[in-house]
Write a protein that binds this ligand. Structure first.
Ligand code: SF4
Length: 243
């Protein structure tokens, strides 16, 4: 058991063979973002939304769910309840009918409805642009607030999810033991011109290239920069996984 735990730890964190955590230097970090930027100059969230309110609802619904499953539910939902006023008119049972395919839907329906009521009562029907006000809404933690601040309002925040945590540790870009440590390190090391898009580049890279079970190292645009000691060799059989 201990040996398997050690193997798992090594597979996530960018350690040298001797166990020392290695970090990329400033020039390598700049090159890493230049490569990700060149591969995808205008990265965007895969959630479909038309307003900060719709984005907020989508992000609340996306906890432990795929963006695809959220979009399937919010497409019809936003047709009838795309604004806070319409959501309150729909009511919690009505909302539940649209999101039952998404995990934790009962709790999420409660949170969306209560957050919506607070947006109407305290913020004039507009999603607040401040972190403190956002995090005061039910169902909104630091990660959700970071996504909304970055994606809806263009703030240079970086929301660290499981994909970004893995990429930051494997590559040596921003190693950290928990998501907050990785977030703080990313904000510190990401060059200013790349900070606003860093969230999307890293999440998409983790989702589609640097997958959890078998990273696609042979086709990775940053493989020569990455410090991960257990890169997938060329010609290794593929494992079907969404990461
Ligand atoms: S080389 Fe492999 S481990 Fe490193 S970032 Fe690319 S896919 Fe991930």
């Amino acid at each position: 058991m201990a040996a398997s735990r050690r193997r798992k730890s090594k597979s996530v964190r960018g350690r040298s063979r001797q166990g020392t955590i290695r970090r990329l230097g400033p020039a390598e970090i700049r090159l890493l973002f230049e490569r990700l930027s060149a591969a995808n100059p205008t990265p965007e969230t895969e959630l479909v939304y038309r307003s900060p309110y719709q984005l907020l609802v989508s992000v609340i619904l996306s906890a432990q769910a795929t963006d695809k499953s959220v979009n399937l539910a919010t497409g019809p939902l936003f047709e009838v309840a795309g604004t806070p006023q319409a959501m309150v008119a729909l009511g919690e049972p009505g909302l539940a009918g649209y999101i039952r395919t998404i995990g934790l839907w009962r709790m999420k329906a409660r949170n969306v409805m209560e957050a919506t009521r607070q947006i109407l009562a305290r913020h004039g029907g507009e999603v607040p642009r401040g972190r403190v006000e956002l995090e005061a809404l039910p169902g909104v933690g630091r990660k959700t607030a970071n996504v909304v601040l970055n994606t809806a309002f263009g703030e240079p925040t970086i929301a660290v999810d499981t994909h970004i945590f893995r990429v930051a540790n494997r590559t040596g870009l921003a190693p950290g033991r928990n998501v907050r440590a990785v977030e703080d390190r990313l904000i510190e090391v990401a060059p200013g011109e790349f900070r606003s898009d860093a969230h999307h580049w890293l999440i998409l890279h983790g989702r589609y290239v640097c997958k959890a079970r078998k990273p696609l190292c042979p086709m990775c645009p940053i493989r020569d920069i990455c410090l991960y000691p257990d890169k997938t060799p060329a010609g290794a059989p593929a494992i079907s996984s969404s990461g």
